[in-house]
Design a protein around this ligand. Structure first.
Ligand code: GDP
Ligand code: MG
Length: 442
């Protein structure tokens, strides 16, 4: 596993206190192997490693965290971000004017028909009236497979009329869905085992006729390196809106998810997790990132590392504060920490009985966006300016404002806020530095 490999890299380097560029290079070579073993496509691996290196280089070494664990955390965070981050799992987009059309696309055997049935079940549980229609004219058995899934899901399927072309069935299905008041029409297309022009142009034509709200590319999580080629080809020809990865229950490591997401930029909406009709889970970036790294306990490890990191940063901050050194770098550090703790929303969520405060904060206009803008301002300054903001002249403020995309008034507000905080900390440190230990723990 990656952690063992990294541990052995860093064992050789033990005794050194900083993550040097060379250490990071060596660690990243191991990360690279791990990603390739998880079947992430090569160009995506390269892209990922470049970013992770950049991140790791900026990170100070943390005393209480093993360097190997620190690199795993950086890698894990990078994977989660690249997989779409912490955002709510995106459900299906339903049209305001029913019927909403959902078009299933993908290679043969990827799991389109099965997933169509699973989505039908999910939607019917949400009290939607669903119609399933098979456009797989080449294989009569496929039409019957879909009709059976419809029965299992407790929804309707379009009656089969032999001899009709896929575009004709599409029109018939649309008409039936409109006339009979269906909320959702799911169109299941035919696939080929390999990419070919006939399949693509047929799918494109169906998309044109049916104007879907969702065009989902269904792909097998076990396809590995082919995933990129498939995703690219479909993305070029169809107005794709999302991905579904099937066979996430297999022993693949989930590299295809990362590859496809990176190449198309499309959200992964669902994971297929069994052959059964209820085997469909909302996508979860953390679960897949842990899987790619190849260890079940990676999440716990990462959480522990993050905690140690925060404690250590807080201690370092308290030390500087006690010396009366509250400069803008420290303020930026604090803003970042607040963001890591879930931003304003997250911080408020931690406190009991905060409804009233929440409202006040909302009215004061402070939001996570404010944090981001403040961080942008600070990072547009020179090192000297961050240490001693008093040296900032009007002309520099204008330059910084332009660089950070804010107006000068916002810079002045930030400087004022910084001065107030610095004064407060100074007053505290006159108090004999008491209370800092307390604050660090907070
Ligand atoms: P299609 O050709 O794209 O329509 O693929 P099918 O829906 O017919 O699926 C092909 C095979 O994959 C069937 O045997 C399914 O039961 C199986 N399958 C589909 N999705 C999953 C999944 O998420 N997990 C597992 N284990 N099998 C799946
Ligand atoms: Mg099928």
């Amino acid at each position: 596993a990656l952690s063992d490999r990294l541990t052995s890299v860093f064992d050789r380097l033990s005794g050194r206190g900083v993550l040097s560029e060379k250490d990071i290079d060596e660690a990243m070579r191991e990360v690279r192997v791990a990603l390739l073993e998880a079947d992430v496509a090569l160009p995506v691996v390269r892209q990922f490693i470049d970013k992770a290196k950049e991140r790791a280089t900026g990170e100070a070494v943390i005393r209480s965290v093993k360097p190997a664990d620190q690199v795993i955390k950086i890698t894990y965070d990078g994977l989660v971000e690249m997989l779409g981050g912490d955002g709510e799992p995106e459900g299906l987009r339903l049209s305001a004017n029913p019927p909403t059309v959902i078009l299933m696309s993908g290679l043969q055997g990827s799991g389109k028909t099965t997933t169509a049935g699973k989505l039908a079940l999910r939607l019917s549980k949400e009290r939607k009236k669903v119609l399933l229609a098979s456009l797989d004219t080449r294989r009569p058995a496929a039409m019957e497979q879909l009709a059976m899934l419809a029965t299992q899901a407790g929804v309707d399927s379009l009656p089969i009329v032999p001899g009709q072309s896929a575009p004709d069935i599409t029109r018939r299905a649309l008409q039936a869905a409109r006339l009979q008041g269906y909320d959702v029409l799911i169109l299941d297309t035919a696939g080929r085992t390999t990419l070919d022009e006939a399949m693509m142009s047929e799918a494109a034509e169906i998309a044109k006729i049916s104007n879907p709200s969702e065009t989902l590319l269904v792909a097998d999580a076990l396809t590995g390196q082919d995933a990129v080629r498939t995703a690219k080809a479909f993305h070029e020809r169809l107005p794709l809106t999302g991905l579904v990865l099937t066979r996430a229950d297999g022993d693949g490591r989930g590299g295809a998810a990362l590859s496809m997401r990176a190449v198309t930029g499309l959200p992964i909406k669902f994971l297929g997790v069994s052959e059964k009709i209820d085997g469909l889970d909302a996508f979860d970036a953390h679960r897949v990132a842990g899987r790619i790294l190849g260890r079940g306990d990676v999440v716990a490890l990462v959480e522990k590392a993050a905690q140690d990191l925060d404690v250590e940063r807080a201690e370092a901050m308290a030390k500087k504060l006690a010396k009366g050194q509250f400069d803008l770098d420290l303020m930026a550090e604090q803003l970042k920490q607040m963001k890591r703790m879930g931003g304003m929303e997250g911080l408020m969520g931690l406190l009991p009985g905060v409804q009233k405060m929440k409202k006040q904060i909302a009215e004061s206009g402070v939001s996570d966006k404010t944090f981001d803008r403040q961080l942008a301002i600070i990072s547009s300054m020179t090192k000297a300016e961050r240490k001693k903001p008093d040296i900032l002249q009007a002309s520099r403020k204008r330059r910084i404002a332009a660089g950070a995309g804010v107006d000068v008034a916002e810079i002045n507000r930030l400087l004022k806020q910084h001065r107030q905080m610095a004064d407060a900390f100074k007053a505290l440190s006159k108090n004999g530095g008491k209370g800092f230990g307390q604050m660090a723990k907070m």
